[in-house]
Design a protein around this ligand. Structure first.
Ligand code: ZN
Length: 245
């Protein structure tokens, strides 16, 4: 299937772990995911553990940061960045990603909303502190880093288990979906939140909705009108009409 992107005004692409598998990053969640093999890390990646011991998220994510620092974008990331660059003035293609690896931006995409944060960013643990989140690729953290402005512990800027998704990116996504005319979900489960909520909003707005994944939707989600099966790095370049560019 090849889409004619010129027909669309506001495209929203939700991406998940399946998009980064070809970059050597294994999914965190689900069967065969990182957490399933590292139950002790999973316990430390929770809001509760971080509240009891602010070093807990550093211990878990220092290892994962190393994998992200070594990964490079694959053909799926590049296809999305190329498609965005080809959008005409007054139209937009926005990526809403559950991934925390920063690979969309590394591929050149500029409209990227990160709903689970970014592993290569650090922020103050106090949400009302005015220290801006900053890029940080440190992979070895021996002592708890503290905020230069308020002395609170610093933390990786990712959403821990048991935490709400950040308000601003979720609000931005809802605004976009309200007026979207093409919605793609790529490499993510189409039946659980947030994909299941996002596709319903897009469908309500009258968008064409397409599910792209290795595995078919199970159980089926009628809000997705079409389904394309295959690895994201093979499907997207063809679907977006940017193969070989
Ligand atoms: Zn602070």
């Amino acid at each position: 299937m090849q889409l004619s992107l010129k027909q669309y005004r506001q495209i929203v692409v939700l991406t998940g772990a399946g998009v980064s598998v070809a970059s050597g990053l294994r999914p965190y969640r689900g069967p065969g995911g990182w957490w399933a093999d590292h139950p002790e890390d999973l316990e430390m990646a929770t809001a509760e553990a971080a509240a009891a011991d602010p070093m807990a998220p550093w211990r878990v994510f220092a290892t994962l940061r190393k994998g992200v620092a070594e990964a490079t974008p694959n053909a799926a990331h590049v296809a999305l960045a190329t498609a965005e660059a080809k959008m005409r003035p007054g139209t937009s293609l926005t990526i809403v990603t559950q991934n925390v690896d920063g690979l969309h931006q590394a591929a050149g995409s500029s409209n990227v909303i990160e709903i689970h944060g970014n592993l290569s960013r650090t922020r103050c643990s106090r949400t009302d502190c005015d220290l801006p989140a900053y890029r940080d690729r440190t992979t070895v953290v021996e002592a708890l880093p503290r905020c230069p402005r308020c002395e609170s512990p610093l933390r990786p800027d990712v959403v821990l288990f048991g935490e709400e998704m950040p308000a601003r990116p979720m609000w931005e996504t809802k605004q976009l979906l309200r007026d979207c005319d093409l919605f793609l979900a790529v490499g993510t489960s189409g039946t659980v939140s947030p994909a299941s909520n996002f596709v319903r909003s897009a469908e309500y707005a009258g968008a064409r909705t397409i599910f792209v994944n290795l595995e078919p939707l199970s159980p089926p989600n009628p809000a997705f009108q079409e389904q394309v099966l295959g690895p994201a790095e093979s499907v997207l370049p063809v679907m977006l009409g940017v193969a070989g560019t």
